[in-house]
Ligand binder design. Structure first.
Ligand SMILES: Nc1ncnc2c1ncn2[C@@H]1O[C@H](COP(=O)(O)OP(=O)(O)O)[C@@H](O)[C@H]1O
Ligand SMILES: [Mg+2]
Length: 258
């Protein structure tokens, strides 16, 4: 297995009496697609908020390539190469698809872009936008206003905007939420392709079990704030604890059991 790019050690977050995240130890391998699954309220989004610096942990540590980044604010996390999706994406509806991606590259530009002269920097953002639109399959839509995109293409644009500053780790919290079922496989495939072709580490929270089982290198299962299992899709499918926790719950089908 490759090196750990991200680790959490006894990561904990309480909200009053609620233990949203209970002493979670995660090890995410560089270049992997690592999914976190679990029923609503399991603590998945809170883990993402802690890693991206949106929330501070009650205790515990977050390490990026072995370096302690606990308590690092969000903008620092971005500069350190962690890009994450939020519920609300700042798509500018009147601007073109290309401009949206260029601005995302510019607004969150990594420090190595900032070393360039203003003129070269602008060129670098233009180049980056072109590369990203290729990656997300929107090159042929580059010059249309973002607001005319179909819903599925808007999701691709959101993905492009997260990719634009070239993060090493992409944190995607339910990227397919609200999508028509028949569009889900395409977006998940796209995420998988980006992870392998652009050599990214992807942390994914996703409800569609079939999809999760199909694309993940590693799956962490959370339940009531705690990690109850971690492993490959086949290990998770066979895990008795997972089956018990999920039986009669949200997921009766752990994906491809048949
Ligand atoms: N800002 C908050 N204030 C109070 N409770 C919260 C807050 N954020 C999350 N929680 C609680 O923490 C638990 C985990 O929530 P969350 O991380 O959103 O779960 P998931 O993403 O797995 O559905 C839930 O009980 C939720 O109500
Ligand atoms: Mg959530």
């Amino acid at each position: 297995m490759s090196e750990a790019i991200l680790e959490t050690r006894e990561l904990r977050r309480e909200f009053g009496a609620i233990v949203a995240v209970e002493d979670v130890d995660l090890v995410v391998s560089a270049g992997s697609l690592h999914s976190i699954i679990g029923p609503n309220g399991a603590g998945k989004t809170t883990v993402f908020n802690l890693i991206s610096g949106t929330l501070r942990p009650t205790r515990g540590q977050i390490l990026l390539r072995g370096e302690d980044i606990t308590g690092s604010p969000t903008h620092r996390a971005i500069h350190r190469g962690i890009g994450r999706s939020f519920q609300i994406t700042n798509i500018f509806p009147n601007l073109t698809v290309f401009e949206n991606v260029r601005i995302a590259a510019q607004a969150l530009g990594k420090d190595n872009f900032k070393a360039l002269s203003p003129h070269r920097r602008f060129g670098a953002y233009m180049d980056r936008a072109g590369v990203v639109l290729d990656l997300v399959g929107l090159s042929d839509r580059a010059s249309v206003p973002a607001q005319v995109l179909a819903h599925g293409d808007q999701r691709k644009l959101e993905l492009g905007m997260i990719l634009a500053p070239d993060p090493e780790i992409l944190m995607l919290d339910e990227p397919t939420a609200g999508m028509a079922a028949e569009q889900v496989p395409e977006l998940i495939e796209l995420i998988r392709n980006i992870q392998s072709s652009a050599n990214k580490t992807v942390m994914l929270v996703e409800h569609n079990m079939q999809m999760v089982m199909g694309v993940s290198d590693c799956i962490t299962v959370m339940h009531q704030g705690a990690v109850i299992a971690e492993g490959t899709p086949s290990e998770i499918r066979a895990n008795q604890r997972v089956q018990t926790a999920y039986l009669g719950g949200l997921y009766t089908d752990l994906g491809g059991a048949g």
